[in-house]
Design a protein around this ligand. Structure first.
Ligand code: C2E
Ligand code: CA
Length: 685
């Protein structure tokens, strides 16, 4: 048997098994076969037409629809197409049934009234008279008098609400309220009673006798006696629970993030707009805008699957943290989340919330065999609600978030209107970076690295400057972070490398007898470029700089995160004769054992350790710094590394460094960073 016939046969049998069929089973099967062909045919069937066709064929028995949906479930592959088809069939069926019932409502009502009059005389006879039209309808029908007292309900309505028919007679419709009833509903009823409107229609929920909720499409119309006085209300009630839940689900899907289940950006912005619109004088609101630190890296290194699971866990924790306090948490997209405080008591409340949100992320998240610890940065906005512009609030929160990130990760910052001007500039700078690179707005200054104790010039660190057409000379602190965030650091770093090598290659000719190396800072992202080794070799070959006169500086954290291909690249550069130095040594978490295996030649001690050296006052801090520097120098020498102290501002520091055996130094006391054209004096000593 082909599939169409199989479906039609099962369908007809199921309907016939349940009860009333207004035709022979063979005839029914024929009818259903034509519908089955449409359902299984090559074109996407319109389920509403199928539902309507069933009603047109008088398959209006209450069970017919339920049975049909079961049969569809059993014969079609599960999935969104089946759900959509089910929804359409149910809606087409209900729609057609309603149309038919309403068309006959007048006739129906008259018959009922007639019957009602007779009920008082001869109940049995009345049942017989309107039984066919009233009792057999698959749609609920109820009649109440002008006081709302229920006079008669049909079987479908009694079944729908879980009562027996006689139990419902005598109940009052006014008792059948549900908390979700719109307040206007009963006002509409009164209007109808006054004859101002002659019918009302709405979606209304009822409690079934067992406490469950039935959603209905309710139409009430009024019948008047010959004098025009309201006499009866006829309610036609259609069970739309399934459709209602489907709609709820669709609404939920449209307003929630499928991955984490949290409300999405659209729900959040709608809610924020509502809060602002409803706000009175004195009302305040707050927003915590949260972004995970380094999430992209987790995604890139561990895969999207792990990334997704991490996001789900984070969403769960933030959702709980917000819900405990009665706030709304939403996912704005990517790794950005937001918490809305609708009635803020002031900045302190938001600060507490931000702290709690950071705390809740503190415990590592177990994802598969990984234990991941994520931190987040939060931008907090707290302000009067009335007159606020939702878009401005979000922008302010976002800008503040960036400030929190810039201040170091894992912290929150409170919106400060004064800081915003600078932040806007940050955005502008970030956007201007790529063009600035093309226009050649970057140049280098050089800072000497000299030997201790004799002060012999050993090398020059190349430090980049941005000659901004409007803002003047910008230092790396103002743009390197932006360049790293936007990825511009890679082409910028390459440009710096070329320029530094090109200039350094001219020094032996310009300053005969000198053998000064140039030290170039390398960002972590550059070591991940597969082309790094090739680039460096090409630069050396084309500029004529010998490999031994190039030093690359990597920060400790960049170096420690290096493994696999990037690490091989460093090894191959070191094998080629290029020196590698660890910048800001001691601020990260180097494993000493690991350090030994790295192709490193020098350590650079950061200014913060040098600050406390050689200062006269005998305080604890000084003692600690001195002991640290002492230990670091010993350590470096033990594994054959040389040590450069940075940020030397005073002679006393230089003296102390000499005493501790430090190899070389750099700092304002020795020389400030100097433009390429002014280097002569430095080479002269
Ligand atoms: P860094 O590598 O630690 O460079 C030393 C910084 O300390 C320089 O700041 C230098 O001007 C400053 N400095 C030198 N002597 C003294 C001193 O005695 N006292 C004080 N207070 N500061 C001193 P600059 O040029 O602003 O560079 C800041 C950072 O930007 C550098 O820190 C480096 O990490 C980064 N950077 C600079 N140029 C580049 C580059 O071309 N590429 C990359 N990736 N990073 C760069
Ligand atoms: Ca450096």
């Amino acid at each position: 048997m082909d599939k169409d016939a199989e479906l039609a046969r099962a369908w007809a049998a199921a309907i016939a098994r349940r009860g009333f069929v207004p035709m022979g089973v063979g005839e029914l099967e024929q009818l259903l076969l034509s519908l089955a062909r449409r359902i299984l045919g090559p074109d996407q069937p319109d389920g509403r037409e199928i539902g309507a066709a069933m009603v047109a064929a008088h398959l209006t028995d209450p069970e017919a629809l339920a049975v049909t949906l079961d049969v569809l479930d059993a014969h079609l592959p599960p999935g969104p197409r089946l759900s959509a088809l089910r929804g359409e069939v149910a809606s087409g069926y209900a729609h057609q049934l309603r149309a038919v019932t309403l068309a006959e409502q007048e006739v129906l009502a008259r018959a009922i009234i007639d019957a009602q009059a007779q009920v008082e005389r001869a109940a049995r006879q009345s049942e017989a008279r309107f039984g066919a039209i009233f009792a057999k309808a698959a749609i609920g029908i109820g009649i109440s008098d002008e006081h709302g007292r229920i006079v008669q309900v049909n079987q479908a309505l009694a079944d729908m609400l879980g009562y027996r028919q006689e139990e419902m007679r005598g109940m009052n419709v006014l008792e059948m309220t549900h908390p979700s009833d719109p307040p206007e509903m009963w006002q509409q009823y009164e209007k109808m009673a006054r004859g101002e409107v002659d019918h009302l229609r709405m979606e209304k929920a009822y409690y079934r006798r067992d406490g469950a909720v039935v959603w209905t499409d309710l139409t009430v119309s009024q019948l008047r006696d010959e004098q025009g006085r309201p006499q009866f209300n006829v309610a036609v009630i259609d069970d739309v629970t399934e459709r209602h839940h489907l709609q709820e689900r669709l609404r939920h899907q449209a307003t929630h993030d499928p991955l984490t289940g949290l409300p999405n950006r659209s729900l959040f912005t709608d809610r924020l707009a509502e809060v602002v619109a409803a706000a009175g004088a004195g009302d305040r609101l707050g927003v915590c805008y949260l972004d995970l630190d380094g999430f992209k890296r987790i995604n890139d290194t561990l895969g999207h699957d792990i990334g997704d699971r991490l996001l789900t866990m984070v969403a769960e924790r933030l959702g709980e943290c917000a819900a405990e306090r009665g706030h709304l948490a939403a996912r704005m997209g990517g790794d950005e989340f937001v918490i809305l405080v609708e009635h803020s008591a002031g900045p302190d409340q938001l600060a507490e919330l931000a702290e709690a949100a950071l705390r809740t992320l503190d415990t590592p998240v177990a994802v598969g065999r990984h234990r991941l610890r994520v931190t987040a940065s939060i931008g907090v906005v707290e302000r009067p609600a009335a007159g606020a512009d939702p878009a401005e609030i979000l922008k302010a929160a976002d800008v503040t978030l960036y400030r929190a990130k810039a201040a170091g990760r894992g912290r929150w910052a409170l919106y400060d209107p004064h800081a915003v001007a600078a932040q806007v500039a940050r955005y502008e700078l970030s956007a201007a970076l790529p063009d600035a690179l093309d226009r050649g707005e970057f140049s280098l200054v050089y800072q000497p690295i000299v030997a201790l104790p004799d002060g012999k010039l050993l090398g020059m660190e190349a430090l980049v400057r941005w000659n901004h057409p409007r803002l003047g000379t910008l230092t790396p602190d103002q743009f390197i972070g932006l360049a790293e965030e936007t990825g511009v650091i890679v082409p910028l770093g390459r440009q710096v490398l070329w320029q530094a090598c090109r200039e350094a290659a001219t020094w032996p000719d310009r300053f005969p007898g000198s053998d000064v190396f140039v030290s170039v800072n390398l960002a972590a992202a550059q070591t991940h470029e597969a082309s790094l080794v090739g680039d460096v070799r090409q630069v050396l070959a084309e500029t004529g700089l010998t490999a031994g006169r190039l030093q690359l500086e990597l920060t400790e954290s960049a170096l420690m995160a290096t493994s696999g291909a990037p690490l091989q690249a460093l090894h191959s550069l070191a094998d080629h004769g290029v020196r590698v130095a660890i910048d800001d040594f001691g601020t990260g978490y180097s494993s000493l054992a690991y350090l030994r295996s790295l192709p490193v030649h020098a350590l650079k001690l950061p200014k913060q350790f040098i600050e406390g050296l050689g200062v006269e006052a005998a305080d604890d801090v000084r003692g600690v710094d001195e002991r640290i520097v002492d230990a670091l120098i010993r350590l470096a020498h033990a594994i054959d590394l040389t040590v450069t102290a940075e940020g030397v501002e005073h002679q006393a520091q230089a003296d102390k460094l000499c005493a501790l055996g430090c190899d070389s130094a750099q700092g304002w006391h020795i020389a400030e960073p100097t433009p390429a054209d002014d280097l002569a004096a430095l080479f002269a000593g």
